[in-house]
Design a protein around this ligand. Structure first.
Ligand code: 3AT
Ligand code: MN
Ligand code: MN
Length: 554
């Protein structure tokens, strides 16, 4: 029909409403998602709403405080001073679960700066929230996206900030239209990045035909991607926003379909997607900034993106630049598995739970692994160092996939964090090169509200007085922190030797050249690990560890 609404950049593939069988499949899907504990209880949902309301109250007080400090005689400005809190991420999309954080953006009028935010907000939080509600507060002022992190009644909060430089006063009783590009004027890069998450999330929600259908389908896809270990932006897989955009595109193509159908079509459409044609939810648009928008015809680097998925908010960018040849191959395999399974599930031959079966990365998939081990001597130093190394794992993956003996290098989507207690330098050296002989319990997370500031460019070691070990062979046990990333290898047909020293050394060099690297606190090691030697803690109870094959009788 010619009256069909266009969602996104093409006409729908089908605007058929669901059949009774499809609706039934959605009911079964919801049942399974509940069984898998992806929803929160009503009281936990209330608690989150209360937290967001409190943050709004605190944000208003924050803006008033800055108004009083900067314009002490401007009574009207002070009286009407207010900020506005937005959410983004899974909370905003409505696909959060019990373990999710709340991603929150504080916006304020033009006279409120990022400096003010870091100067006043942490203290206001602890003053205005109920006593004891705020714990583990950390402010990272010099980050790519400057952030205050904390827990509020045990819920993790990511709190970021941007001014709205076009406004000296927010309109009363009216929500800001953050999707308007005009509000981007006059901001620096960090402020633009901080606004971006909310703008993208809001656009995604605006661009899907039916939000509740989208949410349920996205919940299913997120659970599937997590179980299959292909969910991790930093490591080189799609993250939450990318999965959301892919599902949203499928919703646009089947605007009347029910969630179960969307999940099935998701696998079909994405498996057959003609990459590198991008997934995009709307046409590219021009805006008021002098910034680049994704365009492979103009920018050579954009033409290297293997599976481009473009964000819908100006300035539109590719959210999947991290994907490598190997991770793309893995994603394709998982999409194929998804097609086969959903075909049977929607035909009532199998239950939904089969789609969400855990990956076999450690139990079956590889014979050879690389372990990338980041080590630090203090907890604070380790936070910074392990985060950096994690962000570079995909660079090593890229180097490995160019090796002639390697067909595929698959990074596991999460690092394994361990703590070790050693008594001698020899033992400490063993830990650095991957020994798990000295693994110890996580030191007690002290439950008092500690305030950590890691804001200057150097590192967070300055006040770690308890770690100044100078004696050569002290018997005082020393605590060491490690994060290990495993990369599963698939060897090329007929390859015999596997000398990776060039790739490994280049990677170590790259990491140690980082300006915040400290030879005193940090180290990095890359080790070969055979499947039969994988440590116990990468397996879950009930999983079968790979075993040495039985000797063939001769
Ligand atoms: P959860 O339910 O919280 O696990 P989520 O989709 O909300 O899922 P995150 O809270 O990790 O995931 O991320 C929310 C958004 O924050 C996604 C992205 O726009 C932004 N973000 C997260 N991590 C980074 C990062 N390292 N660099 C830049 N942006 C990030
Ligand atoms: Mn989140
Ligand atoms: Mn977050």
């Amino acid at each position: 029909e010619s009256t069909e609404k266009t969602w996104g950049i093409t006409k729908p593939i089908s605007s058929a409403p669901p059949t009774p069988a499809e609706s039934h499949a959605t009911a079964l899907l919801l049942e399974e998602l509940r069984r898998q504990n992806t929803f929160e209880t009503a009281s936990e949902i209330k608690k989150r709403e209360k937290v967001v309301n409190d943050l709004q109250r605190i944000a208003d007080e924050f803006v008033r405080k800055v108004a009083r400090a900067k314009e002490p005689h401007n009574e009207v400005l002070i009286r009407d001073a207010r900020g506005e809190v937005f959410t983004y991420g899974s909370y905003c999309l409505g696909v959060y679960g019990p373990g999710s954080d709340i991603d929150t953006l504080v916006t304020a009028p033009r006279y409120v700066t990022r400096d003010d935010y870091f100067k006043y907000f942490p203290d206001l939080l602890t003053e205005m929230a109920p006593p004891g509600a705020i714990t583990n507060l950390t402010a990272v002022e010099d980050a790519f996206v400057p952030i205050i992190k904390f827990e509020y009644w045990g819920i993790s909060i990511d709190l970021i900030f941007s001014r709205i430089a076009t406004l000296t006063q927010f309109p009363p009783h009216k929500q800001l239209e953050l999707t308007s590009n005009e509000h981007l004027r006059g901001l620096d890069d960090r402020e633009l990045r901080s606004l971006n998450g909310t703008r993208v999330t809001k656009e995604i929600l605006n661009l899907v035909p039916e939000q509740s259908t989208f949410r349920t389908a996205l919940r299913a896809i997120k659970l599937w991607a997590q179980r299959r270990a292909i969910y991790a932006n930093i490591i080189g897989f799609p993250g939450g926003v990318v999965w959301a955009m892919m599902v949203a595109r499928v919703c646009q193509l089947y605007p009347k379909a029910t969630s179960a159908t969307i999940v099935g079509k998701f696998f079909l459409v994405m498996k057959g997607w003609p990459w590198p044609i991008p997934v995009q939810l709307k046409h590219m648009e021009d805006g008021p900034l002098n910034v680049r928008v994704w365009n492979p015809k103009i920018y050579k680097s954009d033409s290297f993106h293997l599976m481009p998925v473009i964000t819908p908010a100006y300035p539109q960018m590719c959210a999947t630049f991290n994907i490598t040849k190997s991770t793309k191959t893995i994603i394709q395999r998982e999409l194929e598995r998804g097609v086969e399974l959903t075909d049977k599930i929607l035909g009532s031959e199998r239950p939904w739970k089969d789609l969400f079966v855990k990956h076999t990365f450690f139990t079956q998939d590889h014979k050879y692994y690389l372990a990338v081990i980041a080590t630090s001597t203090t907890k604070e130093a380790h936070k910074i160092w392990s985060g950096f190394v994690e962000s570079k794992v995909r660079i090593l993956v890229g180097e490995l996939e160019r090796h002639s003996s390697i067909a595929l290098a698959r990074p596991f989507n999460k690092g394994f964090e361990r703590q070790h207690l050693t008594k001698t330098d020899q033992q400490a050296a063993e830990v650095q090169s991957g020994s798990l002989a000295y693994v110890t319990e996580d030191e007690d997370n002290s439950d008092d509200a500690t305030v950590t500031k890691a804001e200057n460019g150097t590192d967070g070691n300055a006040d770690s007085s308890d770690q100044k070990v100078t004696a050569e062979n002290t018997t005082q046990p020393r605590r060491t922190y490690t994060t290990t990333h495993y990369i599963g290898l698939e060897l090329a047909e007929g390859s015999k030797s596997l000398d990776l020293s060039y790739q490994v050394n280049a990677f170590k060099q790259l990491c140690s050249e980082w300006e915040k690297y400290s030879a005193e606190f940090n180290s990095l090691s890359v080790q070969h690990v055979k499947n039969i030697n994988l440590p116990e803690d990468v397996f879950e109870p009930g999983e079968t560890k790979p075993a040495r094959p039985l000797k063939k009788p001769t």
